[in-house]
Design a protein around this ligand. Structure first.
Ligand SMILES: N[C@@H](CCC(=O)N[C@@H](CS)C(=O)NCC(=O)O)C(=O)O
Length: 212
């Protein structure tokens, strides 16, 4: 049995739960992180020295970094993981590029928007930081808008891949009522793609619920 350690309201845990849902695999999840603690215990740190979530435990194998966990699950599924992770080198690298982009560009740019609007009381918010994040993310989402502008259904073509799962979790935060700010651009192709993600049961169960 696979075990996921991590609170369900973490964007990085959401990715993994949605991917497991797409694969249709059973697993256990145990709360850890933020209000649940656990991550600073010696037992947890022995598994994940960063004290972050998620951590995957698969028998004797322990893995941290959510995007690496997604890749591992798909490799374990074999082949192209039902289309989630294409096997041909160029197609796979193309998916991987979006995962790396999320980690290197999107996540740092988006952090102050999410933390400012969702995890900070209104009277303590720094709207300069929040609106800088809005502008930076508008630049990033313009790349996605352009990518989807040729009418493709998903980021890598006609099939959902783990690139859509990873960026779909951040799109949920962007489109959510919780973070709306003046000056957010219309992104019609991205909204249509987002509508296709909302139709996935794994998205509805693990990603759509109210942010907190
Ligand atoms: N790059 C890591 C980031 C992990 C991370 O920062 N997780 C956050 C939650 S999204 C965390 O553990 N925060 C501290 C906590 O929950 O206690 C990954 O993708 O797994």
């Amino acid at each position: 049995m696979l075990t996921i350690l991590g609170r369900a309201n973490s964007v990085n845990v959401m990715k993994v739960l949605w991917c497991l849902d797409e694969l249709g695999w059973p697993y256990e999840r145990h709360d850890a992180g933020m209000q649940y603690g656990v991550v600073n215990t010696p037992e947890y740190r022995a598994k994940n020295p960063n004290g972050r979530v998620p951590t995957l435990v698969d028998g004797d194998f322990v893995l941290w970094e959510s995007n690496s966990i997604l890749r591992y699950l798909c490799l374990k599924a074999g082949g192209d993981a039902g289309g989630l992770y294409p096997a041909a080198p160029a197609a796979r690298a193309s998916v991987d590029r979006w995962l790396d982009w999320q980690l290197s560009i999107v996540s740092p740019a988006e952090r102050n928007l999410f933390w400012g609007m969702v995890r900070t009381p209104e009277d303590k918010r720094d709207y300069t930081l929040i609106d800088t994040a809005v502008r930076d993310m508008a630049t990033n989402w313009a790349i996605i808008e352009d990518r989807l502008g040729d009418g493709r259904a998903f980021l890598e073509g006609e099939h959902l891949t783990i690139a859509d799962i990873v960026l779909g979790c951040y799109a949920r935060r962007w489109f959510g009522a919780e973070v709306q700010r003046p000056g957010m651009p219309e992104l019609p192709a991205m909204r249509a793609w987002y509508g296709r993600l909302e139709a996935r049961p794994g998205f509805r169960t693990f990603v759509a619920p109210k942010l907190f």
